[in-house]
Design a protein around this ligand. Sequence first.
Ligand code: AMP
Length: 505
Amino acid sequence: MANPLYDALFGRHLGQATVFLQMQDGTTLTHGQFLQQAAQYAHVLTNFGLTHGDRVAVQIEKSPQSLAIYAACVQAGLIFLPLNTAYTASELSYFVEDSGARVLICDPKAQESLTPVAQTTDAQLETMDALGSGSFAQKAASQPTQFSTVPRKAEDLAAFLYTSGTTGRSKGAMLTQNNLLSNAEVLTDHWAFSATDVLLHALPIFHTHGLFVATNIALLSGCKIFFLPKFDREAIVAFIPQATSMMGVPTFYTRLLDDPRFDRDLTGHMRLFISGSAPLRAETHKLFEERSGHRILERYGMTETNMSTSNPYEGERRAGTVGFPLPGIELKITDSTTGETLPQGDIGEIEVRGANVFKGYWNMPEKTAEELRSDGFFITGDLGMIDADGYVHIVGRNKDLIISGGFNIYPKEIEAVLDAQEGVRESAVIGVPHPDFGETVLALIVPSAERAPDLDAIHAHISQSLARFKLPKKLILLPKLPRNTMGKVQKNTLRDQFRDLFAKS
Ligand code: AMP
């Protein structure tokens, strides 16, 4: 019997001597070696008594070995549950308890603080460090390098990814084999990946972008990966001349543009730069093309849906948009109150349906019912618009929408105007409580390195292009914007920080 995800991603590579991963220090791992490692891990996990459907929580540094734990879980029919390395022990106890994980693999440095978590949840605690050593690897060393793949069906669960949970409790998104496989197939084809590609991989592998989008595509196409522990500009500059493709969050691209070595010569061998997980500013898109001759391909997706839209590979990659729904995926813009589809050009809630959409939130049937309609459409919580040519524009998260004096204000529109002002590197516009208007607009501005912006001049200037009700009540300079590991601006942190600014005005 088959295991569709394992067969497609790993099964074809069994015993293959072609290089799969090359690390920053130049060492390499072939497909065959990687899969032998995975097989040994699968033995350890099943020797613990784990059986199909059991969860394996993993909070360790990015390494080939940590990726092999993902392969081991798929092969043994277990549910892989990667966790952000920034989470503290108390945060981790929620994930382990909520998921009912039977094994928790952590960094040796966290072992002491996580022992009580493992004890109260009855999870088996194992360790693995950034070099792949630790108690888990020790147990694996004596195991056979072949493992008989556990049969699974396309609808069986393969992974839990917890959402970042900026509003309320983090939710465990249940992803099936087919959610992951169908998306990897569509993207490999859409972005023309083949065995001749070399992917520069500097994203974390506890998130959908670095784990599923990047590695699943590489595995499916059989291409090689330069596997970097994190984004490190020196390493990127060193590896880019031999790579063909890179996937990154927008901050990767702004940081590369800050480097004078980044130019056409350096990127001459590259075929494709892909961006996602946070909005890529149109300005960055333009500058990037001027400097390198490459047009970044922007796509849109989320933990619950994998990837839903993409700019075209052939055809116009339009700055400030996320392109078209991917083949086989439906996307519509609806009214948040009535759920009715809105006319083309109107801003509304983005809803998505297709084989990419997750099965629901673990242990949260009410939340699942609120966001996943019975007809299969998932209410993403993002606001968007489809332009006359069919390109999808993301306007922001629904919860970031500002309602001031009864008017809807979309922060992105104001941010675009502010970003174009002299002396502005970037901006974030948020709504903060106001006694008269309910909420009012506040703009946080990061100055560019070259010159400090003149806030009065900016205010005068934007008054000409924005309606009065949209004008920020105040402009405040900040040295930088708070961002999470995926480069997303954390507007909830800013809202908390400036909550009382107008409280008594
Ligand atoms: P996550 O579940 O952490 O991957 O976050 C998904 C969210 O990131 C989406 O719901 C969007 O709000 C945002 N996002 C992802 N890709 C883009 C993009 N290309 N442009 C704007 N926002 C994006």
